[in-house]
Write a protein that binds this ligand. Structure first.
Ligand SMILES: Nc1nc2c(c(=O)[nH]1)N[C@H]1C(S)=C(S)[C@@H](COP(=O)(O)O)O[C@H]1N2
Ligand SMILES: [Mo]
Length: 312
């Protein structure tokens, strides 16, 4: 695939900001100042706490890599398409529906939903099934907090997620052929969803989430391949059976439901044993060895008794 290098820099000034500087800026954000991102940021509604102990110590990617090299097919299939096209998406007002097997189904105005939550920073490795990885400083809160608020019933075993469907603002949804059946859908088993490493992100690098990264709310599951990290979420549904997902609908032999990072299971068309860290030495950079569960070993107990070759 042709890799185009984006020149679109939605947050140009902070492109190569050293960590210390953006921590300070984040404090400013916590005090309520929104930094020219076009809306009063969701991330600014709660002052973020210090960095989570769940974070990695790896050096985060540059902001320009994180915001310029994206998969978000609602805005096109090229890596720089989301940066070029996602500016049209209106992220306010935004409604999050939580329904299905819960005692308290509701349509939440996102701002109200986020107000009582404390955002924390987590620096997570992210591994795309296409063979590249990034390290991203997310701002977010445990998905478990959102799910608990709706009071799941005992019959609920999975969570189904849906992205916004709004072809007027999402050019990729107007295209032909339809790349995937919209809306984009994902799913987690309930115990995966409730795991403390699983977060809903509202920001990165201490600022509100750029549209191309899934504003205003996206899933981050660091031990799974990137496609599980559904963006611009409008609905969470608690269900009894494993829900269909976009990628397992179009390529069940290539993209399994579990999608745990596993260097021992090849994608049918390429190896999953190594990865290229975006931003380091271009195409000729030494490839890194991919770690089981992307290095997040503490999740292994979720899968005891499950054959991870058959359940990829
Ligand atoms: N709605 C939606 N969510 C999506 C995608 C998409 O096309 N649409 N792409 C997925 C894939 S394949 C990856 S690797 C990650 C990329 O997230 P990032 O652009 O924030 O790095 O988003 C995931 N979430
Ligand atoms: Mo991906």
């Amino acid at each position: 695939m042709l890799i185009r290098v984006s020149t679109d820099r939605p947050v140009a000034s902070s492109e190569i900001t050293p960590r210390a500087a953006w921590l300070n800026r984040r404090d400013v954000l916590g005090a309520g100042a929104a930094l020219g991102l076009g809306f009063a940021g969701v991330s600014a509604t709660a002052a973020p706490t210090p960095r989570s102990p769940l974070s990695t110590d790896e050096k985060p990617n540059r902001l320009s890599d994180i915001t310029g090299y994206n998969n978000f097919y609602e805005f096109g299939v090229g890596k720089s398409d989301p940066a070029a096209n996602a500016g049209r998406l209106k992220t306010r007002p935004w409604t999050l529906r939580i329904d299905g097997l819960v005692d308290k189904p509701a349509d939440y105005a996102l701002e109200d939903f986020l107000k009582p939550l404390t955002l924390e920073e987590r620096i997570y490795r992210m591994r795309c099934v296409e063979g590249w990885s990034m390290v991203i400083p997310w701002l977010g809160f445990p998905l478990a907090d959102a799910i608990s608020r709706a009071q799941p019933q005992s019959a609920a075993k999975y969570v189904a997620f849906e992205t916004l469907y709004r072809p007027d603002e999402m050019s990729g949804q107007r295209g032909f052929p339809r790349i995937i059946p919209w809306p984009y859908r994902e799913g987690l088993r309930l115990d995966e969803a409730m795991h403390p490493l699983t977060i809903l992100a509202t920001g990165l690098y201490g600022e509100p989430l750029p549209n191309q990264n899934g504003a205003p709310l996206r899933l981050v599951v660091p031990w799974k391949y990137g496609f599980k990290g559904i963006k611009s979420i409008v609905r969470l549904t608690l269900v009894a059976e494993q829900p269909p997902t976009s990628w397992s609908m179009i390529g069940p032999d290539e993209y399994g439901f579990f999608a745990n990072v596993n260097p021992n299971v090849d994608h049918p068309r390429w190896s999953q044993a190594t990865e290229r860290r975006i931003g380091e030495g271009g195409l000729f950079a030494k490839r890194l060895k991919t770690q089981m569960f992307n290095g997040y070993d503490s999740v292994a107990s979720l899968y005891s008794g499950l054959d991870l070759r058959a359940n990829y």
